[in-house]
Design a binder for this molecule. Sequence first.
Ligand code: SF4
Ligand code: SF4
Length: 218
Amino acid sequence: MIISKRKPFSEILESIEGLKKVFIVGCTLCATTCKTGGEKEVKEITEALQEEGKTVTGWNVPDPACSLLAIKRLYRSQKKEIDESDVILSLACGGGTQAIAEIIPGKRVCPGNDTLFQGEITESTLKKVKFEQKCSLCGECVLASTGSICPVTRCPKSLVNGPCGGVKNGKCEISSDLDCAWMLIYEQLKSDGRLDEMKKVRRAKDHSKNKSPQNFIV
Ligand code: SF4
Ligand code: SF4
């Protein structure tokens, strides 16, 4: 899931300064789960913009915003409201925002969210949903030899051979709040009876595997 957080309202207002009519686009998937771009958030920001004297010509929560086909459908169904707007405010992730701009050329598109990372949901209650980054999408997964704990993401130095000399009482030298990823890996491998993996020297990461931009076809 792509994790996003809402930009401060003052920053959104600044980005659409001088533009009166706004069309709002959310996203049914990640941004809905992150509470940044679901129907509820779209309605909330509609009210907030109207209080600031803006006119909201319409809104939509496509399924999902990062699908060019979904944006094409959206544009076909609400062309009039979109065409009469001065700007589209996207409450999707950065990918969704760019999909909107690609399909609706000539229309200014502003992001209402900051896109943070690819994450997993580690806690979900009525009051809060917590996301944690466990994978950095490196394109060359090493989990098979690390007890399914990612050192690329969970070690601040992204060491594929660890731990470094900074580990103290199982904590990382970068922050005493952070478990050393390599101590977690050690404990996991130990409980799996695979401590021999710790002695292996993993080859340096091939960073060409996660260079940008990328594309992939299945
Ligand atoms: S090794 Fe790479 S692909 Fe595997 S979990 Fe870590 S960042 Fe993700
Ligand atoms: S203490 Fe552990 S998590 Fe921190 S930088 Fe060193 S190896 Fe990585």
